[in-house]
Design a protein around this ligand. Sequence first.
Ligand SMILES: Cc1cc2nc3c(=O)[nH]c(=O)nc-3n(C[C@H](O)[C@H](O)[C@H](O)COP(=O)(O)O)c2cc1C
Length: 211
Amino acid sequence: MLKLQVILGSTRQGRAADRVLPWVLRRAQAHGDFAAEVLDLRDWPLPFFAETRQTLGDPSDPSYSEPVVKRWNRKIGEGDAYLMITPEYNHSVPAVLKNAIDSVFASYAFRNKPAGFVGYSGGIVAGARAVEHLAHIAIETELVPMRNSVLIGQVGQAFDEAGDPTNPMSERALGILLDDLAWWGRVLHRARAEGQLPPAARRPVAAAPRT
Ligand SMILES: Cc1cc2nc3c(=O)[nH]c(=O)nc-3n(C[C@H](O)[C@H](O)[C@H](O)COP(=O)(O)O)c2cc1C
């Protein structure tokens, strides 16, 4: 079973995320390839990112500015695959989600693992711009972002009383995304076990001629 971490990108009271999450979680659990765990950022009161060499401590086992940052890095390190649920805030991802990603620092815990995205918004854009930004952010962390995503527009009316999406396309999109995450999760798990190149950010320095 692949460890799938479902990261919830909104923390505000009354969030629409609470309509999206139960459906995504049910489908991930029913898929058969995943042991799914929800990482609700409400439960992870990460400080605004401000790490320095001094706050990191020992780079081989960083202590970070606060214990919760170390716990967060360790928790992310346990994942084989990630499913990020994000609303769209000002054409991008909420600051709390970007901060949680930035806080995975020095541990390279996201590296060479797949990430899928479920975007939503109150209007018809359906979180598309947030998901596009998230894919770019994911590349920089050396996550492997999935091409297929789930986009839910007018999120207030997007689920029926049973909590199922009213648009059948949402079910199909989530099924495809979960299949992709399972395939990539298995492939990358095997590939990591066979050995990995050094983190990308370190390689230009390592390759530079010594003077
Ligand atoms: C600060 C802020 C900025 C927003 N910006 C956008 C936006 O750029 N595009 C959009 O479609 N909806 C935007 N919305 C509407 C949200 O997508 C909608 O309120 C959604 O329910 C937020 O998710 P949440 O309730 O889980 O926090 C914005 C909402 C907030 C609070």
